[in-house]
Design a binder for this molecule. Sequence first.
Ligand code: ADP
Ligand code: MG
Length: 559
Amino acid sequence: MTKVQFKAESKRLLEMMINSIYSQKEVFLRELISNASDAIDKIYYKALTDDSLNFDKDSYYIKVDADKENRTLRIIDTGIGMTKEELENNLGTIAKSGSLAFKNENELKDGHDIIGQFGVGFYAAFMAADVVTVISKALGSEEAYKWESEGADGYTIEPSEKAEVGTEVILKIKENTEDENYDEFLDEYRLKAIIKKYSDFIRYPIKMDVTETRLKEDNDQEFEQYTEEQTINSMVPIWRKNKKELTTEDYEQFYAEKHYGFDKPLKHIHISVDGSIRYNAILYIPEKMPFDYYTKEYEKGLELYSSGVLIMNKCADLLPDYFSFVKGMVDSEDLSLNISREMLQHDRQLRLIAKNIGKKIQSELKSLLKNEREKYEKFYESFGRQLKYGVYSDFGSNKELLQDLLMFYSSKEKKLVTLDEYVSRMAEDQKYIYYASGQSIERIDKLPQTELVAEKGYEILYFTDDVDEFAIKMLMTYKEKEFKSVSSGDLGIEPEEKENKSEAEQNEDKELFDYMKDILKDKVKDVKASKRLRSHPVCLSTEGEVTIEMEKILNAMPD
Ligand code: ADP
Ligand code: MG
């Protein structure tokens, strides 16, 4: 039997692809710039093994040039260029990636940054352009060729003129339609913003002619406009720099530049991992709570880069909810991207990175607590609740990670203390970690239930947050010590017997108690003589797991 080849309707395929792969049109520029960067990288890699080639980094660049009148946008590079055959093969065949082939042929292993792999990015140009023209001169060739296409209808190739080795991609930008704006792709500010957003860390300069305004030289009243060529991208990503060469100011500047927040970060964490998965990350713990932090509008997540190119603005999977306040970015070469490069194929690598990052944040917070207590308390004021929610909402696995980061107000210290500090101070005969719940420190201070525990000289933790007691119930124990509410029936304390009442007196009590029970009816289960009270005549106490405070919160929750 002869095998019949599938026929692809390339026209339809191209149309489908152009219109359905990408969620945003603007990424066409990211794709073309990535190709230009790959083309320069190829010369760089060739020069490593070819002595006749000399790679002088300064003479390689990418230029983006908009011409509003002619509605053209040009992306010019000084890269390796394409021969006639390469134009045909790489641009004439959908899903053919010359860059992937280059990577394989040259067996590039560590440190390779070549971005291309799917052989489709180039066609993103048709999202913004009616006509795409590519003029290219390959390294080592004397001839230049022009490839031109209006999209689905196919392409032409003919000899052309070009002085320098490299490639020029010329887009004839579409006219605006009723619901689509294309003019923006000719606008200087917009282009600059798109370059900054996606291609800021491309290793070669991305240049643009930028119009600026200045005061006229011999006249400080009038302004004049002038044009100068500027490099738009930062090139060397801060996360690839040596930590030792970076100052706190550098990190703070990056924080501000990236608009992670308007505050100054309380702490930065710079991670470089070169193990089974390679990644770099710069994370920040903000100083102030974002205004929308405890609202639905707040979106957690880190920026995700693949070899320096932005893939996702807020990758939520990188952060657990209890660390949702962390800002920053992750860059990895080891991600399997999907074809649009906007999503990931498998999240195994991502899960590994997320786990790794989680541990790192925890240990950094712990060291902040240990070494810079004041800063930690500031942090805790803003985000402590989130940690407590973390303990509460995840069954078991967060406990270990978070319990040492918790703090509560202490009756003895009159300030926030950790559970570890509490336990290390416990009296020899003390069985439990005691806590008291209430709306505020002042109110808990006045609680009659605290009296006996306090009299014994035991420390009491004050729970003033709704979530506190629920979180503690999840923890159950800390360093094998159980938590005990001061209002629970059995406090585990033997009060010294003050006096023994006569039978007559006890009967009198019983009469009074029965009378009280009668009046209070279903509101209480029982009325008893208490041994824990000192200066107060009466208090409420509970039996079982749910305390009065918890009951109040549960009752207030919507069904
Ligand atoms: P990918 O970049 O994923 O390989 P593209 O569709 O973006 O796919 O590009 C297809 C191929 O065309 C590239 O692999 C590369 O071989 C070639 N190419 C595209 N742009 C350029 C350029 N500016 N210079 C040299 N080669 C290029
Ligand atoms: Mg590409």
